[in-house]
Design a protein around this ligand. Structure first.
Ligand code: URA
Length: 437
């Protein structure tokens, strides 16, 4: 079998056989196979343009899932449940959710990724806490899960190696927006975690992979169906990503958001709703609540008891960072400079484009302009006014954190292109749009 022939077949619109898919996954998982990145990228583009049917998608997912080793968590008695988001701006939900769920009695093995394009990545946010180690081996992950019920880690050459290669090529070749490729990428990682159940947070809106609700629904159905084929209980919750989630965008800043909510401060209402809804479903699928509503109520009590914050602290310590960050947020990296972005006119905020805010954060260094860019962990935005808020002319709508004055000016100007202020109060759209079971 030759990679060139496989690319040509997909380019011409043929369906792949299981053997062809197995071949692509094998060479993508093995750097010694000698298949150059440009051939893998051409194949990704062919799939992006021609698509895959349900059978091909399931075969790709299964082959990628089996491309590496798998955790073996059978000896842990608690239900193993995880959440995965398709990615957004200000979406630091995982930072609070994983330790919260461990405090509620679930085991959460959470394999996460780095920022992609305008979206932030959980691993980058965790690493904002100095010393936080996410490169871990299978034995270490398993042992930490046994001790504290939560572990947040990155892919390795052992765990889902095919996705590791393909994901970085997709980011650099405009081939992220493909339902079969997203399904296989997400579920191959989740399969390697040896889960009982999975909650998928599928974002819809300007800052999401798929802006259009129809495509987001198609992705949700494909994720749930393919997960079932792999023997995994799953639901997809479609959530809003037209404006950034929560009050903070940036790595250190999103750690602050997580600590605030685990301390019982629910003022970032959209972030809190998203956290409790996704967590409520995890409780329900993990058998800890009769329905997601009861699950969410239980989680609120876990937060109010202080147990969730304690779980976060234990997690930070187990990963090698300073747990005192929980009591003293000044231990997090902070940007050297801060300045206000002022409302150019009076009215109501009717639009705050998530994608543009994410791109403005990349200008500041909070995200990567390319694979090798160095992050500025303290950089980002604090959003004082979100959609629906009334503002006076010259009032602060957001505070920009950065270290390079010129970049801050550029990012502030770009941020203003994301903002619309109009005379009429907008109709507020719900954060939770739909659940696909
Ligand atoms: N998240 C992933 O893990 N993979 C994708 O392809 C998209 C979002």
């Amino acid at each position: 079998m030759r990679m060139l022939d496989i690319i040509a077949r997909k380019r011409q619109g043929f369906k792949h056989t299981e053997e062809e898919i197995a071949f692509v996954v094998k060479v993508a998982s093995d750097p010694k196979a000698g298949v150059p990145d440009y051939q893998l990228t051409s194949w990704l583009m062919a799939v992006c343009c021609r698509g895959m049917d349900e059978i091909e998608t399931a075969a790709l997912t299964r082959a990628m899932a089996l491309s590496g080793r798998r955790l073996d968590l059978k000896r842990l008695r608690a239900p193993k449940v995880d959440k995965h988001s398709t990615g957004g701006v200000g979406d630091g939900i995982s930072l609070a959710l994983a330790p919260l769920m461990a405090a509620a009695g679930l085991v959460v093995p959470m394999m996460s990724g780095r920022g992609l394009g305008h979206t932030g990545g959980t691993l980058d946010k965790l690493e904002a806490m100095k010393g936080f180690r996410v490169r871990m081996g299978i034995d270490e992950i398993t042992s930490q899960l046994g001790r504290i019920g939560v572990c947040m880690f990155g892919q390795t050459q052992d765990l889902a190696p095919a996705d590791r290669t393909l994901y970085s090529l997709r980011d650099a070749s405009s081939t992220v927006e493909s339902v079969p490729l997203v399904v296989a990428s997400i579920l191959s990682k989740k399969f390697a975690e040896d889960l009982d159940a999975l909650v998928l947070d599928v974002k819809i809106g300007s800052g999401a992979i798929f802006k259009n609700p129809k495509q987001a629904q198609e992705l949700s159905r494909a994720l749930v169906k393919t997960a079932r084929k792999l023997g995994l209980k799953a639901v997809a919750v479609l959530t809003a990503m037209d404006q950034p989630l929560g009050r903070y965008v940036g790595n250190s800043l999103e750690v602050i958001q997580a600590v605030e909510i685990l301390r019982g401060d629910f003022t970032s209402a959209d972030y809190a709703e998203c956290l409790l809804t996704l967590g409520g479903w995890m409780m329900h699928l993990g058998g800890k609540a009769k329905d997601p509503k009861e699950g969410a109520a239980k989680l609120e009590s876990v937060i109010r008891s202080g147990a969730a914050l304690e779980s976060f602290q234990k997690m930070v310590e187990a990963h090698g960072a300073d747990p005192r960050v929980v009591c003293d947020l000044d231990r997090l990296p902070r940007a050297a400079k801060e300045r206000e972005i002022l409302a150019p006119k009076a009215g109501y905020v009717t639009w705050l484009d998530a994608r543009k805010v994410g791109e403005a954060a990349v200008i500041l260094g909070a995200g990567r302009a390319n694979k090798d860019s160095k992050l500025d962990y303290g950089a980002g935005f604090v959003l004082d006014k979100k959609v629906g808020a009334r503002v006076k002319k010259g009032e602060c709508v957001a505070r920009i954190h950065g270290s390079d004055g010129a970049k801050m000016e550029e990012a502030a100007a770009y941020f203003l292109t994301a903002l619309k202020i109009e005379g009429k109060k907008p109709k507020l759209m719900p954060v939770i749009r739909q659940v696909v079971k």
